[in-house]
Write a protein that binds this ligand. Structure first.
Ligand code: GLU
Length: 488
């Protein structure tokens, strides 16, 4: 491994779905690994069995892949430093904990949960700092064979610990304010802190990127590295996301917080990637649309922002429109297909000829689409053979009455019946364009009833393209149905 090849890990716990904050960390991790010719490692920190959420591991893997963040080492792909599930590395943590015990840097603690609870209550009652009182640090009076015990770290009681953070500079922590953290729990599992440090060392991780909520743990991590005589990795604690109004921390009540939800809402992975990339980093100029390939080239830690950033949903929506418009029709159709299938507008699997028809519709709606989930509203009347006849109130334009509208629809029918069967947009335009003048009516008063009659909606794609894509047969049929509504 050359000096410049970064080994960067994303280390989620399977305690929930992939969070957008986590996704941003993973994006930065991935970019650092790619641009340095290094490795992006996925390590699953599954040592807290009580907090395990079924399905979360699958969700994390699926959505990292959806964002295009394939890992070089980790679950399913393996690697030289595995296993990559912490639950499969228990013997390793035991060995290193034993080493610290042997060297007098860690100790067995036999304090019962009841004692610890009483201690906390007493400390809270006396308004003292809450924390372990180091009862067992110099030998435990309670120690007996077969008793439950944990292993704790002997945190130095004096002095200071320096955390070097690439974003935040050098941060000093007073050791006497740090606790004697548990390294191995009574069930034999390591704590997050211990497993994290041992693994980052054994996996030769060069850069640790994580949310700033982990910053208070870092001095103890640094002390652990020192206790082992290991060189710590470089730390980068990323800022929090603020709510869209900028008034507080982003939380569930502001809307979706998992990648899965954004995906289901109809965002493109390219848009989410680009949006998260710029949520805390900037390229040094006002370029906003940055592809993954460009990001690999441009990304650098010295442009990562240490202050909290506002989660501006309107910006994400804007990106989504930009990326939707950049897609080839076939690609866009492929991405819309699952949403249309879910809404029952296309069968699963979709027959080739129906898919080709969908591809043909894409240029008509591409400009108007903001979310992939909007697709149903734009194309349902194309994909259905029949639509319910629109009600009178919808068919009659504001300034027209029923008899005039009926006259308009009849004139439209007569005109359209004469258009050659191919229903080419050019022929349609030539036939329809002169009609308002002939009827001595405004454009809108002639075309709105037509639009509503064939689509059941007041907003649709462009008229001539829409009629062509619907085809003569369906247009004539729907016009006749609308005429019947008004003639009643
Ligand atoms: N398992 C921790 C988490 O779920 C990892 C934090 C770190 O990257 O050190 O966020």
């Amino acid at each position: 491994m050359s000096q410049n090849e970064y080994r960067v890990r994303f280390a989620p716990s399977p305690t929930g779905y992939l969070h957008i904050g986590g996704a941003r960390t993973a994006i930065y991790d991935w970019l650092l690994a790619k641009q340095s010719g290094g490795k992006f490692i996925l390590r699953i920190e599954d040592t807290d069995r009580k907090r395990f959420v079924p399905g979360s591991l699958e969700d994390i893997k699926e959505n990292l892949r959806w964002l295009g963040l394939e890992w070089d080492e980790g679950p399913e792909v393996g690697g030289a430093y595995g296993p990559y599930f912490q639950s499969e590395r228990l013997d390793i943590y035991q060995r290193f904990a034993q080493q610290l015990i042997d060297e007098g840097k860690a100790y067995y603690c036999y304090c019962t949960p009841e004692r610890l609870q009483q201690l906390r209550q007493a400390q809270e009652g006396a308004k003292e700092q809450v924390g372990y009182d180091r009862h067992c640090r110099d030998g435990s009076p309670e120690a007996r064979e077969g008793m439950k015990r944990v292993i704790r770290f002997k945190t130095p009681l004096t002095g200071k610990t320096l955390v070097k953070d690439l974003l935040r500079g050098d941060l000093e922590f007073e050791n006497n304010l740090l606790e004697d953290l548990v390294l191995i729990k009574s069930d034999g599992y390591p704590t997050y802190h211990f497993a994290n440090v041992v693994d980052d060392h054994l996996m030769k991780v060069t850069h640790v990127l994580r949310g700033e909520e982990w910053l208070p743990s870092t001095p103890v991590h640094v002390l652990l590295y020192q206790a082992f005589g290991w060189e710590p990795p470089k730390f980068v604690h990323l800022s929090l996301f603020l709510s869209p109004d900028g008034k507080g921390k982003l939380s569930k009540r502001h809307g979706a917080t998992s990648v899965k939800e954004y995906r289901e809402l109809g965002y493109l992975p390219e848009a989410l990637f680009n949006f998260l990339l710029l949520l805390g980093w900037n390229p040094g100029n006002d370029q906003e649309v940055i592809s993954k390939t460009e990001a690999i080239r441009l990304f650098s830690l010295d442009r990562v922002n240490a202050s909290p950033v506002r989660f501006a949903l309107d910006k994400l929506n804007w990106y989504n429109g930009v990326y939707i418009r950049s897609l080839e029709p076939r690609d866009l159709a492929e991405r819309c297909l699952p949403f249309l299938q879910k809404d029952g507008l296309l069968p699963e699997p979709c027959p080739a000829e129906r898919f080709e028809y969908l591809v043909r519709l894409m240029p008509l709606v591409q400009e108007r689409l903001k979310l992939l989930t909007d697709i149903t509203g734009w194309v349902d009347f194309f994909l259905r053979e029949e639509i319910p006849a629109p009600p009178k109130e919808m068919l009659i334009p504001k300034k027209l009455d029923a008899p005039t509208t009926l006259r308009v629809l009849r004139a439209l029918l007569e005109t359209l019946e004469k258009v050659p069967d191919a229903f080419a947009a050019g022929d349609l335009e030539a036939a329809l364009h002169p009609l308002p003048e002939k009827l001595e009516l405004k454009m809108g008063d002639v075309f709105m009833p037509l639009r509503v009659a064939v689509s059941g909606k007041t907003a649709t794609p462009g008229m001539y393209e829409m009629l062509q894509a619907l085809g003569k047969e369906r247009v004539i049929k729907r016009l006749k149905a609308a005429i019947e509504v008004l003639a009643d």
